[in-house]
Write a protein that binds this ligand. Sequence first.
Ligand SMILES: NC(=O)c1ccc[n+]([C@@H]2O[C@H](COP(=O)([O-])OP(=O)(O)OC[C@H]3O[C@@H](n4cnc5c(N)ncnc54)[C@H](O)[C@@H]3O)[C@@H](O)[C@H]2O)c1
Length: 364
Amino acid sequence: MDKKLRIGIIGCGGIAHAHMRAYLEIPEVEIVGGADIVPGKARKFLDEFGLTDAKAFDCATDLLKCELDAVSVCTYNSQHAVCAVEALEAGCHVLLEKPMCLNMKEAAEIYAAEKKSGKILTIGFQPRYGANFQQVKEIISSGTLGDVYYVQTGGGRRRGIPGGTFIEKETAGVGALADIGCYALDFAMNSIGYPKPLTVSAVAYDHFGKNPKYYGDAERFSVDDFSAAFVRLEGGITLDFRMSWAMHMDTTGDFLFLGKDAGLKVKQPNLELWGGAWDGAVGQITLYHDMCGKPTSTIIPTGNDVKSNLFYCKVKAFTDAVINGGTAPIPTSQILYNQAIIDGIIRSVACGHEVETDLAFLDK
Ligand SMILES: NC(=O)c1ccc[n+]([C@@H]2O[C@H](COP(=O)([O-])OP(=O)(O)OC[C@H]3O[C@@H](n4cnc5c(N)ncnc54)[C@H](O)[C@@H]3O)[C@@H](O)[C@H]2O)c1
């Protein structure tokens, strides 16, 4: 590529810093500018990195007029869809932070804009680049477990409600479920090849976030801090999901994959604080199988590269795909299923019974 990849960053808050650090390590990239709706925030952000010549805007629309090749969308969740669609319509490739969006109406809009634009849209699940996450997928894909019929995913935190824009409906839209829950869903679903989710029955609570005894900003709290769901997947597979920002328990359980020939247990690295979100770290991985007709368990050696910069990997995979005319490293074809489960959980919680996932737009 002769000229550098012209990059913009939409939303210049916390996570935009991790995107910027990664972009600055890639020689083929030029940071053209940033946009944030808080006046002055984009300028301050760019200056922090010594990018005094990069352009700062208070509105993404103005940034998108700068003939960009690609953008990172790092806004809070409720603005993901509107910014991603606008960027695709402006002819940009998009690295969109997780969760993809808030509901299936938004998901369908992003999907339609992606298809119409012919541009790459990828979603920011950096734990995918962790060697241990990849090893779990490899073990399952190898057929060692036989047909997988039950998966348990979740984990969560004993006390770990974040602050800022994460705790209000208007900005985050959803709480623990979409914040760290989407990672737990991605780990499980990606490991088994992202089968289509069919139905969801779920519950959600806010007992800690709304209680000043446990959370200082209880008045502002308007999302979930715990949710659990029973999801039927195509192929007769059951997905059992639990996720918490706060609870009176050390964990909601390990990751379990039950197959007809063997089972795999992936423990969390730290009880009371599920860390897979950031660093792809896992605890002990154990294969449960029969040897000479006897139930046996084998500990699988884990790699020690969990501290490698997964953010760099995710940003580099995106820029490589753009430069080489490749496809999305983490495509909507998968993440729409992740989003359909989150959307199903929200709808099931609201109506109090099982719901069908809303993926009909994919057949049109
Ligand atoms: N991949 C990860 O490890 C990871 C970690 C943390 C957060 N995230 C995700 O990143 C996103 C942002 O999180 P954060 O911690 O940076 O939040 P934040 O609140 O610190 O930053 C979001 C920024 O977006 C700006 N913004 C909102 N709407 C905008 C719009 N329409 N145009 C331009 N700017 C807009 C806000 O003013 C704010 O500065 C969330 O979706 C979150 O789930 C991902």
